[in-house]
Design a protein around this ligand. Structure first.
Ligand code: UDP
Length: 250
């Protein structure tokens, strides 16, 4: 039996639904909250299924060390990190190569959204802390980071919403879980600036045909429409609660 056929048996139920009961184009349950931490300038929390992530933003503030500051724009620093207890096998507490790479790609996506020129000689620090990982952490982290930047009042041309699509048992599925990701043939994280309708992150692990990629991007776009409405609802709730004098924080 070929790998894809075996995975189809393992990862799809007899009724054609995925092992967690979702349709191929269905997101996991999503929750977002803005302004969840007291000690940062902006913050957000996201849950996508069992994936749980906090994002915190500090700044704009004076850049340190000074020689790194840019006279005409802000520098944006980003640290994506997984807590040691966020994964099945305890993770080394330091930054792994994977985390360094993800910090870089997330930083580049965020740089395309923030009006850096509005903040000369400044630094904006973005921390993404994965407290429970079940796949899709880079895209969920990016979604939360854009909310935290908005919460910090940093000027941006758009928010950013991300989700992965996978190829599992030969089928294209939206928002794969870790189980699907592990046994799947390919994984394609996508993030979109929804109002501009531009792709700010697209990666591909494994192989997909051109038609599968087209279908995957189409599926991701539909998922991102849902995620964007959840983002807007979370920001609206935050604005309402701060007008009413509540902090909305944990
Ligand atoms: N993962 C893990 N340990 C690690 C790295 C990843 O258990 O050191 C799991 C985790 O659930 C993660 C998933 O593998 O979400 C998929 O990781 P990937 O590198 O594809 O990034 P992600 O899908 O989280 O953006």
């Amino acid at each position: 039996m070929r790998g894809a056929e075996m995975n189809e048996l393992r990862l799809f139920r007899e009724d054609g639904l995925r092992i967690d009961g979702r349709r191929v184009d269905e997101l996991r349950p999503v929750k977002m909250e803005v302004g969840v931490l007291d000690k940062s300038d902006g913050s957000a929390y996201i849950e996508m299924g069992k994936t749980k992530i906090f994002a915190a933003v500090f700044g704009p503030k004076e850049a340190h060390p000074r020689h790194l500051s840019q006279p005409h724009r802000a520098i944006l620093n980003c640290r994506y990190h997984m807590a040691t207890f966020s994964v099945e096998e305890r993770k080394h507490p330091g930054m792994t190569r994977r985390e360094i790479e993800l910090s870089k790609v997330i930083k580049e996506s965020l740089e395309s959204l923030v009006f850096l020129n509005e903040y000369p000689r400044s630094a904006i620090d973005v921390y993404i802390e994965v407290v429970q990982a079940d796949a899709g952490t880079r895209t969920a982290g990016l979604t939360a980071a854009s909310l935290a930047l908005a919460d910090a009042g940093i000027q941006m041309n758009d928010l950013c919403c991300g989700v992965a699509v996978g190829k599992v048992g030969g089928r294209i599925v939206l928002d794969p879980s870790e189980e699907e990701d592990k046994h799947g043939e390919a994984d394609m994280p996508i993030a979109i600036a929804p109002r501009q309708n531009s792709i700010v992150l697209l990666q591909l692990n494994g192989r997909m045909t051109r038609e599968e990629m087209r279908l995957g991007i189409e599926m991701a776009r539909k998922g991102i429409e849902v995620l964007y409405s959840v983002q807007i609802a979370a920001l609206t709730k935050r604005v309402r609660s701060s007008h009413q004098g509540g902090s909305g924080r944990y």
